[in-house]
Design a protein around this ligand. Sequence first.
Ligand code: MN
Length: 376
Amino acid sequence: MTDQNRRQFLAASASAAFLASTTSPRRVVAAPAKVRRIATEEHIAIPEVLNAFSKLAATSTSPNVKYLQMFYGNPLYVRKLTNMDVRLAEMDRAGLDMQLLQHQSVQDFSPEEGTALAALANDRLAAIIKEHPGRFAALATIAPQDPQKAADEIERAMTQLGLNGISIYSHTQGEFLDDPKFWPIFDAAVKHRAAIYMHPGFPPDSMVAPFEKYQMVAALWGFQAETGLHAMRMILGGVFDHYPDLQIVLGHMGEALPYWLYRTDDIFALLMGDEFTPAGRRARPGGAAPGMVRLKKRPSEYFRSNFRITTSGMFWNPTLEYCVKLLGAEKVLFAVDYPFEETEIGVNFMKHAPLSSRDRALILHGNAEKLFRIKA
Ligand code: MN
């Protein structure tokens, strides 16, 4: 199928589904009721942040800032990130009921500027939710570079603004959340029962160079390598022993971690000097290797208890079936990754995915309603 044909096919099947979805199930007995569709990693940016970022990029020497500006300076993305009519038209065309909005990162700014821009963005997100009832929910954006102010903003966003969770774009200027200086953020997240959507960032400046060949810095390989690393640091640093109720959401079907759980458990046991590893071999003698933290559970058990994953940018049946089998459909949420992926492609993928109607409903809306406290 050519690209042109594929697009026409997708557009045709989307509009057919839209027509079908407007037919009352009471009159057409055989047609199943339309399942609500909520997409949970849908990006947005206010012009103030994009303008401030352009200014930062003009003087910054950070590779992270340079790469991010390639996205923020792209007129196609800017239009889709900032224009609500364009966004709603794409949602309507695809038959998407609701977007959980995720504002672009403010983590490269100074602590003062980042904190102020996060508050401005969150005010704007709350206004958008009010203006379009039922179409949007939103994650609060924060600036972890000032952990206490970030915690205060979580409190404000979850109480006064009524937002639905928290967004963090992975590392903050090369620092990771396993560092206890960031843990006021987790205190606030747990207190307000706010899940944290851990969105990929570029590999930090200290590790970006090997990714620069073959355009690997972004979604080709850099994002998943960096974000998988961040999740592993949180697990191995004991974050979830301190915060057993903390919920982290990873996009892109778990940033490869679901594929590695057996080996991480096995090597972890080996490094801890446990008597046996999951492979059944005797672990290293002489106790834990330097720097290891003794945990209450195996790495895979934290992944099962403290993580959810979404379908953003991973519209592929083998991965979906594997993750549903491994983790249960309760742990998988639908996401597109607007504007970097097309909503119609994501919606069509879910339409034809080999799932039971129960699992499809959980993934398309039930899990999101529960986790992000979206009115059912
Ligand atoms: Mn994304």
